[in-house]
Design a binder for this molecule. Structure first.
Ligand SMILES: CC(C)(COP(=O)(O)OP(=O)(O)OC[C@H]1O[C@@H](n2cnc3c(N)ncnc32)[C@H](O[C@H]2O[C@H](COP(=O)(O)OP(=O)(O)OP(=O)(O)O)[C@@H](O)[C@H]2O)[C@@H]1O)[C@@H](O)C(=O)NCCC(=O)NCCS
Ligand SMILES: Nc1ncnc2[nH]cnc12
Length: 277
């Protein structure tokens, strides 16, 4: 019998697969407070799980092209930064076409786009390389009055841009250590991922939450997430009760932690990458 020969995947193919897998794993993870998951739409009237999956899959060619651009250009600098900006804007259009105009993954395009390119360039210094790229100014980037820009004016929070420029501290200092700690304590993979999301939420200035629910919403998110971890995390009964309370509280405030969700995807991407090195 002739053996089935699978096509060998290039590095760019594999990185794009990992980025899309991270987005799908994030979307599927349940129960996430006020976010779209297997249970429902959270605080969103225009999102659902199928749309999150379709959106994630529509971004595969963009992630692959970002990795290819990094390999071809070969160094951190303005040519790569501006190539990524152009690919990111095209990817955003592909996402909006797929979702009929709904913003599902804008923050994820930014975070995972930078990390995918960085992984193609410097697999052993991914967040640092992504930060160096984020610090470069893309001359062709439009300056829209985005929700993030409005929140920056009102509260001084610099959101997704600053998180990347600082080398993703919410992921490196919060999400990843918690993911590994909860795994070590045999929380189970889904609970470990929920704990990583909560750890990210404890300190993040999530501009989605600030835009929708102001500082009251942000405090509810940060304190509520800490309360779940203090109670023992998602794998314990007391932690589950706190998690349910946090979900109810954020839903009542219409406060969706979309930025934290994107950073969980970034965390799962880096975790997977570390395992593949
Ligand atoms: C530089 C950009 C990141 C633009 O940033 P800016 O802050 O100006 O723009 P926003 O449009 O607000 O997008 C930022 C998104 O990043 C996520 N996020 C929020 N806080 C943080 C944080 N502290 N750290 C990291 N990431 C964060 C968040 O994304 C999620 O939320 C999205 C839904 O948000 P929103 O549209 O506000 O949704 P709703 O409240 O539901 O709106 P309504 O329906 O109610 O009206 C969701 O998509 C999640 O992904 C923020 O939204 C960069 O994006 C940029 O320059 N883009 C242009 C294209 C480009 O050049 N890309 C380059 C690729 S390398
Ligand atoms: N699961 C999710 N729910 C709502 N917004 C999101 N943005 C990224 N992931 C999300």
């Amino acid at each position: 019998m002739r053996a089935l020969k699978l096509r060998e995947l290039s590095l760019a193919d594999r990185l794009a697969d990992m980025a899309v897998d991270a987005l799908i794993d994030e979307a599927d993870l349940s129960p996430k407070p006020a976010l779209v998951d297997r249970r429902g739409n959270g605080a969103h009237s225009d999102l659902h799980l199928g749309l999150m999956h379709a959106s994630a899959l529509s971004l595969w060619p963009m992630f692959k092209e970002m990795a290819e651009a990094a390999i071809e250009i070969g160094e951190v600098g303005l040519p790569l930064r501006e190539a990524l900006g152009r690919l990111g804007r095209d990817g955003e259009q592909a996402m909006l076409t797929t979702t009929n105009g709904v913003n599902t993954h804008r923050g994820a395009i930014w975070a995972l786009g930078l990390l995918t390119a960085a992984a193609a360039l410097q697999p052993r210094a991914v967040t640092l390389t992504a930060a160096r790229l984020a610090l470069l100014h893309d001359r062709f980037a439009p300056q829209p009055m985005s929700h993030g820009a409005q929140v920056a004016q009102r509260y001084g929070a610099r959101g997704a841009r600053e998180e990347a420029q600082l080398g993703f501290p919410s992921v490196v200092q919060r999400g990843l250590p918690q993911l590994r700690k909860s795994r070590l304590h045999h929380a189970g993979e889904q609970n470990a991922r929920l704990d990583a999301l909560l750890a990210i939420m404890t300190e993040l200035a999530d501009t989605c939450v600030l835009y929708r629910a102001g500082t009251e919403g942000l405090q509810a998110m940060q304190h509520g997430a800490q309360a779940v971890l203090d109670a023992g995390g998602s794998a314990t009964l007391a932690g589950r009760r706190q998690l349910h309370e946090l979900d109810q509280q954020l839903l009542a405030l219409n406060a969706s932690p979309g930025g934290a969700a994107d950073l969980l995807a970034a965390c799962l991407f880096i975790d997977r990458l570390d395992g593949a090195l």
